[in-house]
Design a protein around this ligand. Sequence first.
Ligand code: DX5
Ligand code: ZN
Length: 221
Amino acid sequence: MADYLIAPSILSADFARLGEEVDAVLKAGADVVHFDVMDNHFVPNLTIGPMVCKALRDYGITAPIDVHLMVDPVERMIDEFANAGASIITFHPEAATHIDRCLAQIRDHGCKAGLVFNPATPLHHLDYVMDKLDVILLMSVNPGFGGQKFIPATLDKLREARERIDRSGYDIRLEIDGGVKTDNIAEVAAAGADMFVAGSAIFNQPDYAKVIAAMRAELAQ
Ligand code: DX5
Ligand code: ZN
């Protein structure tokens, strides 16, 4: 599969210069902007909301913005982020009473829809909604913070998710989020992922283009 997407998580960017940071990482070769929304309730941290998403659009960012909602409840935030310029909206099944309805709500706005699975959340929530998904996002750390270590059990889970996608015949991205670095991205791709979130691995380095090129070189092998 040649079609890999690299999605830097702006959680590790310099928020005081967010527009410039996003611009820089896109010029450095990133495909998608991963936008982590935390509410100090579903996860023990508080980040950014729809106003910041809109501000990035107003600043001139035209790349896809991948909004990862770590909020409970999700319904109202779906509308807010769709109106603020989100391209992809993903949420955790634990945070939505009506998963099917929320997925439809996202697509009704013209956005791509996805479900996110915490490390210990089983994949059975996929059973009756494969036709409503554009993205399946597997967390390879417990959500809330950047810079954590990749949980190895996620590799088996990726293989299981890849099998489900292939069996379904739908065009669904398999995204991985947490602890992805140059030295494990090839292994993660071999397990089935085709969209890679990386926060600290990119933003904690001075040369974003160099890291992204190194990741693509690993993926090309
Ligand atoms: C964690 C977030 C991730 C995080 C990844 O809750 O969902 O997107 O920023 O950061 P790294 O790549 O540093 O693990
Ligand atoms: Zn994320």
